[in-house]
Design a protein around this ligand. Structure first.
Ligand code: DAH
Length: 357
């Protein structure tokens, strides 16, 4: 037994890895291991011999098992130490700059506009950017050969050869969402529809994709006076001024009758825009009373319901409010620009908390 003890204690001490250790365990105390065989031979011993040898063999078995367990732990510790050494990190290296994201001015302004109109009871509606020719044009009283179609520099989608249906378009304005909203909820209705629109045009004040917000309010008794009040409230809240003067200039849109373009009084003194004072006028949107044909196209009876609509460029009002000179910068993804004009991601615009600060 002393030989066995010496042999295995020595071998266990020398084992260099867990596989070797497992082999030793099988050899010594496994089912057919040397010590197990010895224990089996207890049966052939006399009771006296057994009384002496039994406890001794058990003790030896325990000793070997503890040696195996201790060695196993030591090997695991060594492996962990080795891993820690190999996967070492220098935590004293300087940390990277914080890369807090910021909110793009377009998103910010969209949220601001939404907060203002939500406060006046408008909900938000959205529509597809790839739009049917009918929703983008016909339903808005812009029939096939109307000059407005040519003016809009429309992007047309592809149709399979032999398919003569009019091709879908990338919507040229958010006005088709008026039609979709009417179809969806009927009247009375009060919605704004912010979103991306597309026209094949590119210079300092035009990009092929830009943003608009559409407004639509229909009820049995809505007049231009309501339009004027809503727009005044909007402009005051948006530009964060107490007073504004709006000028309604007679205009023409196929989808409204009468139609008006709306200017706000402003000054450009020192190159800086001030809203509500000065002798200049700044055009900010198109509007009017929704044409009866458009109301009918939306599935609503124009003899019962009437109301106003307006459409406004989000990029444009963002440039005005935040003094951004070139429209194209919105789409350059220039990180320095974004950090300069961007807004903290947790500053959600609300009327009570302040729109832009
Ligand atoms: N859809 C027009 C455009 O893109 C803007 C517009 C003008 C929308 C008058 C309206 C409106 O709803 O009443 O130029």
């Amino acid at each position: 037994m002393d030989d066995l003890r010496e042999k295995y204690i020595g071998l266990i001490a020398d084992a260099g890895d867990e596989a070797t250790l497992e082999d030793l365990r099988v050899q010594a105390v496994g089912k057919k291991g040397e010590i197990s065989l010895q224990m089996r031979s207890l049966g052939q011993m006399s009771p006296e011999e057994r009384q002496v040898m039994g406890p001794k063999l058990n003790a030896l078995k325990d000793e070997i098992n503890s040696a195996l367990a201790a060695k196993k732990e030591a090997l695991e510790d060594a492996a962990l130490d080795e891993r820690l050494r190999a996967e070492w990190l220098d935590v004293t290296l300087p940390a990277r700059d914080r890369r807090a994201g910021s909110i793009h001015p377009i998103s910010q302004v969209t949220e601001e506009v939404t907060a203002i109109f939500a406060d006046m009871g408008f909900s938000v509606a959205e529509g597809p950017q790839v739009e049917s020719d009918w929703h983008n044009f016909d339903a808005l009283n812009i029939p096939g050969h109307h000059p407005a179609r040519a003016e809009m520099d429309t992007f047309y989608m592809h149709r399979a050869e032999g398919d003569d249906r009019p091709p879908h378009v990338l919507r040229t304005h958010t006005s088709p969402v008026q039609i979709r909203s009417m179809e969806l909820t009927g009247a009375p209705i009060r919605v704004i529809c912010p979103g991306r629109v597309y026209r094949a045009d590119y210079d300092q004040t035009h990009t092929p994709m830009f943003h608009q917000v559409e407004g639509l309010a229909l009820d049995t008794d809505i007049s231009m006076a309501n339009l004027k009040w809503v727009l005044e409230e909007f402009v005051k809240a948006f530009f964060e001024v107490d007073d504004v003067e709006l000028r309604f200039r007679a205009s023409h849109f196929p989808f409204t009758e009468p139609s008006a373009e709306v200017d706000i009084r402003c000054s450009w003194e020192g190159g800086q825009l001030k809203v509500g004072e000065g002798d200049d006028w700044l055009e900010i949107l198109g509007s009017g009373m929704v044409h009866p044909k458009v109301i009918a196209a939306g599935g609503i009876d124009p003899n019962v319901y009437q109301g106003f609509a307006f459409g406004m460029g989000i990029d444009r009002i963002a440039m005005l409010k935040y003094g951004i000179p070139d429209l194209r910068a919105f789409f350059d993804s220039d990180l320095r620009w974004l950090r300069h004009y961007g807004f903290a991601s947790l500053d959600v615009p609300t009327l009570h908390g302040g729109l832009s600060r």
